[in-house]
Design a protein around this ligand. Structure first.
Ligand SMILES: Cc1cc2nc3c(=O)[nH]c(=O)nc-3n(C[C@H](O)[C@H](O)[C@H](O)COP(=O)(O)OP(=O)(O)OC[C@H]3O[C@@H](n4cnc5c(N)ncnc54)[C@H](O)[C@@H]3O)c2cc1C
Length: 408
C-alpha cells in the first residue's frame, strides 16, 4: 500500500520473483515525496562524504537498477549531460572528501571550478578552486513513476487506486482495507506510506505501535530557468543543494533544497504558507549561493516554494545521513512497513523488504537476480507540468506581504 517509489519498486520486485502482488494507492501515484523531491539520482557521493557508507552503497546499487529500468525510454528519463559537482571549501576538505569517496568506491574526477558548468555561477569561491565531479544524475520523477506502473502492469500486477481508506482490520489471518470504492483483502500488507506512515497508524490502527519515526520538513525552492545543467553541492555547512529539473526531455529549471536541519531558526520561524516564507527562503539561498543572486536579478525567472516531508529516526534530529537509511519493520501479524529513505535507494529497500518477508516465511520464491533490460516501452511523452511545483511570481508574492511581515 502506497503509490510512491517504495511501494512501486516493492510491487515490481515481488512480481518479478513470482509473488502475486496488488498495489493500492490512495490518491494519485507518486503524489507525495516521490515527485516533489529534487529528482537527484544519487551516486552515493553525498552520503559517502558524510561517512554514511551504507546509505551511499544503497544509493549506488539503487541508482544502477533505476538506470537499468529507464534504459531506452524516449524521452530520456535521465538527463544525459547532467553531472554532480561537489565544491569543497578548501584544499583540506577536498583531501578529506577524496578519501571518503575512494573508501566508498565512488568514481570522481577533479576539475577546476571554471571548467565545470554552473558551479562558478552559484558559488562565490575562487574559480581556480578545484571541484569534484561525480556520476550523479537528474531524473524525471514523474516519468519514472509512470514507467514503474507500466512495468508492474506488464508483470501482471493488480493496481488499485482509491480516494480514501475508511477502515483497516485484521480478522482470521486476513487484513481487510475498506475503501471508498470497495474492499481489498490480503494475508500480508506492507505499508509504504513515506512520511504519511505515522498519521496513517494513528488514524486507522491506533493499537499498532509504529516505528520510532518523526516527520521532518524540507523547503524546496523551484526556479524556472533553463541554463543550469549541473547538480551543485557546495560543501560549506548549511548549504542547500541545487539540482536541475529534468522533465519530458528538457531542463525546466532548478530546485534548491534546504534540508530541515540547516539553520533552522532562519528558515523555519515562519509558519507554512506565510507569504514571507518564499522571501525568507530566497534570501537564505542567495546568502549561501551568492552567484544565484546575480542570476535572479539579471534574469528575473519565475519561482515558487514548497515543503516536502520525510521521516527521520527519532533522536536523530541532528541530521545524520545514516538515519535516512531504508527501514523495514514488522508492525504486527501480517503487517509490515517499508521506508526507503531515498528515491535512489528504493530498489534496494524493496529487496530488503522482500528478504524480510522471505525470512518470515511469508513468501517462498527466490529473489530475481537483476532487472530486465527490455526497452520496448510505450512511454507517455507529454506531461504538461511538474504538478508538485506551484510557480509564483516573486513580485506578486511581495505584494502579498503585510507591512509587519516586511519588517520581519
Ligand atoms: C525535499 C526532499 C527532497 C528529496 N530529494 C531526493 C532526491 O533528490 N533524490 C532521492 O533519491 N531522494 C530524495 N528524497 C527522498 C525521496 O523523495 C523519498 O525517500 C521517496 O520519495 C520516498 O518514497 P515513498 O514511496 O516511501 O514515499 P512517498 O513518495 O511519499 O509516497 C507515499 C505514498 O503513500 C501514500 N500515503 C501517504 N499517506 C497516506 C495515508 N495517510 N493514507 C493512505 N495513503 C497514504 C500515498 O499514496 C503516497 O503516494 C527527498 C525527500 C525530500 C523530502
Amino acid at each position: 500500500m502506497g503509490g510512491g517509489v517504495s511501494g512501486l519498486w516493492l510491487a515490481l520486485r515481488a512480481l518479478r520473483q513470482g509473488t502475486p502482488t496488488r498495489i493500492l494507492s490512495i490518491g494519485p501515484f507518486g503524489g507525495y515525496a516521490s515527485t516533489k523531491n529534487q529528482g537527484w539520482l544519487h551516486s552515493g557521493a553525498l552520503y559517502a562524504l558524510n561517512e554514511a557508507f551504507e546509505l551511499a552503497l544503497a544509493c549506488r546499487r539503487g541508482t544502477a537498477e533505476v538506470q537499468s529500468l529507464c534504459r531506452g525510454a524516449q524521452p530520456s528519463l535521465i538527463a544525459p549531460h547532467v553531472k554532480g559537482a561537489f565544491v569543497p571549501e578548501n584544499a583540506q576538505q577536498m583531501e578529506a572528501v577524496k578519501i571518503r569517496l575512494d573508501a566508498a568506491g565512488i568514481p570522481f574526477s577533479v576539475r577546476a571550478m571554471a571548467d565545470v558548468r554552473d558551479a562558478d555561477l552559484l558559488c562565490s569561491g575562487n574559480p581556480d578552486h578545484d571541484v569534484l565531479v561525480t556520476d550523479d544524475y537528474a531524473i524525471d520523477t514523474q516519468l519514472l513513476i509512470r514507467r514503474l506502473i507500466a512495468e508492474i502492469r506488464r508483470s501482471g500486477g493488480e493496481i488499485v487506486t482509491a480516494g480514501t481508506v475508511d477502515r483497516m482490520r485484521h480478522q482470521r489471518g486476513l487484513w481487510t482495507i475498506d475503501l471508498d470504492c470497495g474492499s481489498v483483502s490480503s494475508e500480508t500488507v506492507v505499508l509504504a506510506l513515506g512520511a504519511g506512515l505515522p498519521a496513517f497508524l494513528r488514524n486507522h490502527l491506533p493499537s499498532v505501535a509504529g516505528p520510532e519515526y518523526v516527520v521532518t520538513r524540507s523547503r524546496v525552492l523551484a526556479i524556472g530557468c533553463a541554463s543550469f545543467n549541473t547538480i551543485v553541492v557546495p560543501l560549506a555547512p548549511g548549504s542547500p543543494t541545487v539540482v536541475p529539473i529534468w522533465h519530458a526531455g528538457e531542463v525546466k529549471g532548478i530546485t534548491i533544497c534546504i534540508p530541515y536541519d540547516n539553520e533552522v531558526e532562519r528558515c523555519y520561524e515562519l509558519s507554512e504558507g506565510h507569504p514571507a516564507m518564499t522571501e525568507k527562503t530566497i534570501d537564505y539561498c542567495t546568502d549561501m549561493l551568492p552567484g544565484l543572486r546575480h542570476q535572479l536579478q539579471s534574469k528575473r525567472p519565475e519561482m515558487g516554494m514548497y515543503t516536502c516531508q520525510k521521516l527521520m529516526l527519532e533522536g536523530e534530529s541532528g541530521g545524520q545521513e545514516s538515519a535516512r537509511l531504508h527501514k523495514v519493520d514488522t508492525l504486527t501479524e501480517g503487517l509490515y512497513s517499508l521506508y526507503s529513505g531515498k528515491m535512489s535507494a528504493a530498489p534496494v529497500a524493496a529487496a530488503a523488504c522482500l528478504s524480510k518477508l522471505r525470512s518470515d516465511g511469508v513468501i517462498l520464491t527466490a529473489d530475481y537476480p537483476n532487472v530486465s533490460d527490455d526497452d520496448e516501452y510505450d512511454e507517455p511523452t507529454r506531461i504538461s507540468e511538474r504538478p508538485a511545483i506551484s510557480i509564483v511570481d516573486r513580485r506578486e508574492a511581495r505584494k502579498g506581504l503585510s507591512k509587519s511581515a516586511r519588517r520581519e
